[in-house]
Design a protein around this ligand. Sequence first.
Ligand code: NDP
Ligand code: HSE
Length: 430
Amino acid sequence: MREVKIALLGFGNVGKGVWKILNMNSEELIKRSGYHIKIGKILIRDINKARDLDVPKELFTTNFEDIIEDDSIDIIVELMGGIEPAVDYMLQGMKRKKHIVTANKMAIATKGNTLIKTSREEGVMFYFEGSVAGGIPIIHGLNDNLVANKIEEVIGIINGTTNYILTKMTQEKISFEQALAEAQKKGYAEADPTSDVEAFDAVYKLCILASLAFDTIVSVNSIYREGINNVKPIDIEYAREFGYVIKLLGIIKETNGELELRVHPTMVPAEHPLANVNDSFNAIFLKGNAVGDLMFYGRGAGELPTGSAVVGDIVSILRNKEKSSYYPCLKNEGYKKIKDIEEVKCEYYIRITVKDKPGVLGEISSIFGKNNVSILSVIQKGKREELVSLVFITHSTLEGNINKSIGMIKALNDSEKIENIIRIENLGMD
Ligand code: NDP
Ligand code: HSE
């Protein structure tokens, strides 16, 4: 039996998932890869930390030199997170002819082209299936099975933590803070959960998907981003009244060679399949000009689902080791124009607090009218003489028109407060 030695950089949620899968499915993995996959070293930060798995102590090291200098290690599996030292370790590994697997979306989205270029120059394989949507095989899907298509649209729920939080706030009415704490406990959240909540994590993933699906270099800074921090229980309740569910969506659309790239909370029709993607599940819809509509669905975070993608990459390397013929790549044939968010067309939910005085609704409605924003419906809740909530749903309009209207409404007087604006995607159900 041939043996291959790998090193894990990191033994947190995903590292432990990889360890468990290698043990749980060892016989199948031997049959499927032709190798006995052995963990030779595990890099961690804190050697004294209690580990809840029975791992021989001598495998742990805090010194990367123990791995890079060990010629018996063929594959480095980077599961530490962050940009540095993770990227430096991966580049060093490639230069020492070690194949690399990672689940680090932040590193791929920001340094992916350097990593790909170096892997090609060094003739090593570089795989990163776990970096987008956990256990869903979307990267192999795009790079391999869907390569015959021109992709026209990708819309997805690509962050497990925020989907878990929104699901719990919607279905069980628990607080944002409690739901986040649960997501952290379950191992879904990033080391710094701001990355999930403020949608940086989803932006990294959308950046990787856009590069792969639309043959272009995408900078993370060109992606419009809004997190779920401002989604309040009252917005979830209004969404329900209007027949919607709020999800954090990543959206890529190509029209006339221009890309729309945005991540933001979105109201989706309650009867649409995306509205029923709950907890840590992710789903990605895409439209190809040959395959038509496709939906990928599965666990988007967590130790075993992500470990599944990582171990799959290790096996892909072992299967291709002799021929070294397959290098998944971020396409980098130049930049496509990215649409400014002001030019994006959507329907909008707008919640405003106003003093309930005669004429206020008329004033606000006339501002919308002046800016070509047509109102589909409006709800007013609250008692007279108090502050009341006005909720507008607009017809499809340019975001620029909404922003002009909001500027004018804010200038009306001090008691009008724009509480929230949430985009609505009817996803072909209108
Ligand atoms: P954790 O925070 O749970 O684990 C990180 C591990 O890396 C820890 O073992 C830590 O050591 C080690 N580590 C961190 N920095 C260093 C360093 N400078 N030197 C040595 N060791 C270091 O992270 P996750 O397992 O959750 O995530 C790992 C990667 O996988 C990230 O890139 C993440 O974005 C990605 N990912 C995570 C998913 C998930 O569901 N959690 C899903 C998909 C991708 P120590 O144990 O000593 O603290
Ligand atoms: N923190 C990420 C999420 C992990 O919640 O989706 C999976 O990439």
